[in-house]
Design a protein around this ligand. Sequence first.
Ligand code: SDX
Length: 431
Amino acid sequence: MTKPTKVTLTFDNGIEPIELPILSGNLGSDVIDIRTLGKHGIFTYDPGFLSTASCNSDITFIDGEKGLLYYRGYPIEQLAENCDFLEVAYLLINGELPNELEKKQFSSTIHQHTMLHDQLTNVFRGFRRDAHPMAVMVGVVGSMSAFYHDSVDVLDPILREITSNRLLAKVPTVAAWSYKYNIGQPFIYPQNHLNYAENFMHMMFATPCEKYEPNPVLAKAFERILILHADHEQNASTSTVRLAGSSGANPFACIAAGIASLWGPAHGGANEATLKMLEEIGDVSRISEFIKRAKDKNDSFRLMGFGHRVYRSMDPRAAIMQRTCYEVLNELGLHNDPLFKLALELEKIALEDEYFVSRRLYPNVDFYSGIVMRAMGIPNSMFTAIFALARTAGWIAQWNEMITNPEAKIGRPRQLYTGNTRRDFIPVDKR
Ligand code: SDX
């Protein structure tokens, strides 16, 4: 059957039918182009954007039915297996994998921008020591526009590239220093001879008192974790970055807005929440109690790390993350890690339960990531910060795509007004 090219809206009150074109992409669902509806004084209603495409994009494709994830057309499995993180960041931002020279130049550029302006250390010191690292990251990244205001002209392609490189290079330093500040240890400066993952691990775990050599197996696994989190089309935080950027706001402020949105437990905060949930369940014998709570509409508890707006099958990232769990736990001699065993059993039981099967709820990227990071010595409070530093690559790519789109307009949704109709002021002595 040929695909439809248009749809006609007919109304039951006799007003003229409206014809709307149907647009097709290269992959995935077609969309009805409703942009002209507003001229007829008619608007659509879709809180949470369950059925609404907010933009066209060439960056990432997800097939929720088949559990597919492509970055610029490359399957995530192939990128996770064969690339390093900066190679994937280059692909997301520029649209092609770098050749040898491009890869060397990009990596060298990023490594030369890893240091923060020295006065930024004062911004960290304005926070209470026990501030959540994500609170510090939102604040420090947002303040970067006050230190790098020479490159915030979003209409200048050269300055956009400089700011993109500064963000990609400096957000790991901000994340690692947010942790060091939290635990009262001195900031460890980036080491430009280390690769992206090793450098972050060094800034996280090294101290001035002894030499720290990142474990190469763990560093490779960490690169893979960053690749898996790098982009995911129009998720909540990416949509936040695009909306903030659509007003012409500076890129540091847009990325800070993305970090803030990612922090929510329904989104990137789920990795930290999943580990807390597993620690609360504690033992396989209590799984059924928590499954029951997750199914109870009167209980706000949800199975963290489960379910997804788009995936109606296994999140391909969860499968790779599970394999990474085995690899890291074996490397560390933790193959009997009780939380990993608990997670495997929880997944098995949930996937045999009609409630989850009928709603097509599967583990997502956050279900196993916390177990891997915890095994690597990363505290729960840093899980989402690491998600944010990885997603900075995707946010930058999506922000650049939005800014350079000739059809770009400021994002300004409409509403269905359900408040009071017109009424007159009542003086206070008459209320
Ligand atoms: C990320 O968008 C992205 O791409 C995000 C992300 C990315 O890379 O950027 O993939 C990263 O955010 C992954 C998701 C991490 N969040 C969690 O793991 C939190 C737990 N999951 C849920 O909160 C939920 O599944 C969401 C938020 C992820 C998706 O919510 P939706 O799409 O709004 O689905 P829904 O709430 O409408 O759920 C449909 C049904 C409901 O039941 P009914 O009303 O039909 O009876 O499924 C139920 C929900 O109650 N449900 C769950 C559940 N998730 C959905 N029930 C129990 N446990 C869950 N986890």
